[in-house]
Each structure stands twice: as structure tokens, then as C-alpha cells.
Design a protein around this ligand. Sequence first.
Ligand SMILES: [Zn+2]
Ligand SMILES: [Zn+2]
Length: 357
Amino acid sequence: MGSLETERTTTGWAARDPSGVLSPYTYTLRNTGPEDVFVKVMCCGICHTDLHQAKNDLGMSNYPMVPGHEVVGEVLEVGSDVSKFRVGDIVGVGCLVGCCRNCRPCDSDNEQYCLKKIWSYNDVYTDGKPTQGGFAGSMVVDQKFVVKIPEGMAPEQVAPLLCAGVTVYSPLNHFGLMGSGLRGGILGLGGVGHMGVKIAKAMGHHVTVISSSDKKKVEALEHLGADDYLVSSDAEGMQKAADSLDYIIDTVPVFHPLEPYLSLLKFDGKLILTGVINTPLQFVSPMVMLGRKSITGSFIGSMKETEEMLNFCKEENLTSMIEVVKMDYINTAMERLEKNDVRYRFVVDVAGSKLDQ
Ligand SMILES: [Zn+2]
Ligand SMILES: [Zn+2]
């Protein structure tokens, strides 16, 4: 049964090789299947992982690759079995676009831990074609991996929530750390860290930012609303803060010693790793035994948690701090992100860059 329909194309910006330099690339999108939502991309945040993937830092990159997994867009068409979304809805797409739906993580709304999950880009979809991300004019996504953006939230403000925001929200939710009055630490003040401060503050926590230098002290305390600021090389300050935190969300994506931070945790405290580090980390066992402390990791969040997190941010009137750029600035933005030269997230105005015209 041949199809007479012409294939739908879109233009994105793709990396072609490990230089990671992005340039325009036009490719076909699948037709909108019964469970699919066809989304015109409005904007897309730039995450540190986009940098890793574009440059093949993890050794798993396939080119051409259109990165982008903090996608906000408008629904242009829905499949016949889609009831949750309507044409004109503003929706979000995050890191994943598929899972097996049949394993323990999938059955318990933890699909981000499915071993057969499909990434929004640099992966292969069930039709055998490469997945491509949000630095593009449009996307076709299974409705399970699309989330409705609560009314009244600005699309560019929401973009960083879809990866950075839920990366922080999910472990706080899962480990029972949402109650007010807790004392939390945010290690590293990049895209995820800045959302961490805002979300933890909105939960009513006392929040300490821990950083390698005092460069971000004023903005952490005055702009983001952190309660305290610790420089990890300040032995006296670190000593004073020992045994004071219920949790630390460790967002640092490069090798660093864990022991200085473990000593900041109280009895039963948790060190939660969220940065991708491909070098082994080290600690001596009494650091976790004495105090029954945990070192654990957490990976983005589920679609259910993404929905909850968006509603939480809407209720708390929580915003992100972003720098909006056009697509033709993306290579400069990636370079600046690599040097941590952004407060705190770049968001590409994709619609305003008129890729599909
Ligand atoms: Zn991300
Ligand atoms: Zn599964």
C-alpha cells in the first residue's frame, strides 16, 4: 500500500562531526501516527549534555545530530488516538521520546530508568530512523513524552525546567525531601544548580550554594535567593558547616573529590549525583558509615514528575534566569556554555529564527 503523501521535512541545526560545530540540516519527519503529536518548536534550552553529545565526549555520537532536549512548542496536528492534546496547545518535550512500556521502571512511572528508553536525539526510533532534537523547526513525538505547559507560563521560561528543573525536582520528590524546613546544599551553580536553588527555596528549604570560588556569591545570595554560600577551598567555612545538611544535590559534571561534601551532611544525609562524570569517584567508607550517609544518583525525571514540577513552578511563580539567543548564535552559545559563561541557561528562540521557511 504505497503512500501518495509527500514526506514532511524540517530544518534543524546539526553537528556533523566531533568538532561539535552546528550548521543547518534538512531532514524528513515521520507522518503523524495515531499516538503522535506534531509540534512546531518555539524555543529550546541548551543543556550541558548537548555539548557532550555534539562533541562525542561520551563516545556514542552519531552524525548528523540535531541536539536540543528542553523543547517548548505549539501543537499543529494530533494523531487519531491522541486525546490529551489539541491543536494550538503549548507543550514541552524533554530528554526522552520512547520506552518499552513493559518493564518495572515503565510500569511504575519511572520510564527514565527503562533500559530501552529512546533519547530525543542521537538515538534510533522504532521506525529505524535517527531521532533529532529541538534545535529544529518541528518534531513528531509520541504523546506519552509530551507534557502540557500550564497556561500563563512563558515558553522561554519553561524550557530549562524540562531537563534542568526536573533533574532537581525528581530526587527531592523521590527521596522524600520536599518538606519545608530541610537544609539543602547545591553543589555547582550552572543550569541545573540555579534551578536547584530556586526549586529548593520554593519548597521552603534553607539553601547553601557550594562552589569552587566566590565568583557567584553575590548573585547566588541576592539574585537567586540562596541563604548561604560556601567556597569549597575555605577550610574554616567548610569545617563550620560540617554536619549541617540533609542533602546535597551535586550538579558538577567533572571529576571532584566527594569527601569534603560528605562531611557537610548530617546523620542520614544524602549526596545526590546528577552530573555525568566518566572518571571514577573516590571516598573512604567511614565517610558514609559514620552517619549512615548515602551517595546516590538521579537521572532527569519521569513524565509524571515533569507534569508535577511544572504545576509546582507555576503555583510558586518560579522563573528561570536565561539568556535568549537566535539559532545563528548557537555555536557561540555552545562555546560560552563550555566556559560556564552564561547566567544560567541559554534558550534558543527557534520560532524567531524561522528555520522552516
Ligand atoms: Zn539536559
Ligand atoms: Zn521499560
